[in-house]
Design a protein. Structure first.
Length: 104
């Protein structure tokens, strides 16, 4: 598996202003990812529960910090599920798959 794509992992922590209003701020981190073409049980479970999974990315698990939004090629995706990838070779060591649906 080759990590040929750049994706932005987006954190959306909230901060509060002087009067206590929560202000959403987003921070982006760019990481390398692979697009995964295999389908697993979680893909079909997401479909059956009404979600619309459209793409799965694989990234190094050490780079993932629980982000729920991803940006790739000017499209935003919500992370539906995060799963470890069973290593078949060294390039997949410590990889996670991020099952995503496009944000409309």
């Amino acid at each position: 598996m080759t990590y040929d794509y750049e994706i932005s992992l987006i954190k959306e922590p909230g901060t509060t202003n002087d009067i206590g209003d929560v202000i959403a701020t987003e921070t982006k981190r760019t990481v390398l990812a692979a697009v995964v073409t295999f389908r697993n049980k979680n893909y079909y479970e997401a479909l059956s529960s009404g979600l619309k999974p459209s793409i799965t990315f694989a990234i190094n698990r050490h780079e993932y910090e629980g982000e729920k939004t991803i940006e790739h090629s000017n499209e935003r995706y919500n992370v539906i599920d995060v799963l470890p990838i069973n290593a078949k070779d060294e390039s997949e060591f410590d990889a996670l798959s991020l099952l995503c649906e496009v944000v409309i």
